[in-house]
Write a new protein. Sequence first.
Length: 244
Amino acid sequence: MTDTALAFRKKLEELSALARRGSMRLGISQIQEVLRDTHLTADQMQMVYDYLDQMGIEVTDLDDGDSFSSSGRRPSLEVYLEEVDRYAALPEHVEYMLFERASEGDKDAAHTLIERYLPTACDLAAEYEDRRSKIEPEDLIQEANTGLVMAVAELKKQDSLAAYRAWLLNYVTSFMEKSVKQLEEMMNSDSRVVNRMNQLADTIRELEEELGHKPSIEELSAFLELPSDEIRNLLRVAGNDLAV
């Protein structure tokens, strides 16, 4: 995945996370703020709005001061899956025509193609959910949908419907593999940091009782057998919670 594609994916994830905090609705000003420094092309902006639409995220004008409460609303994942289930399979000749037109840059065809492949993206996400229970279903679906949107945007000409389907599924599967690996690495890294911070907090309390004073960086480094710089970094992350 290129740096540009990775940065674009992160922006989509940021918008999705923001929408989940606002009952699956985003204001135009919120979208503009998130994308402020991205310098997206018109096609990329259309991809953003297509992505939000496919994720069941409503784009509204929030300038009137309306606030959105999640009370009384069903879980967004449940609602989304019900909406996705409504998409019917296309006749093969229609699907092939959409692939052909989308590969030539037809935005309407691309939009329809993405809609019709949302159930497939959910199926791919479900496979990963069975194998990787640490990652939330919403995050897996988000990654699958992002891969689907980007796959259709980068669609290459193929000589048959089967070839188009294979190309699309390979792209989304590869995207999912890379994305899930990155998510796992982030989770493992976060877990290691939390464990180190907990260990450091226990050590500070233990040494303070034993020595009668707050332990120094050097004393903590010697006790934990960790470099002083790592101790300082952990203390910096913890802020006032682990002051020494």
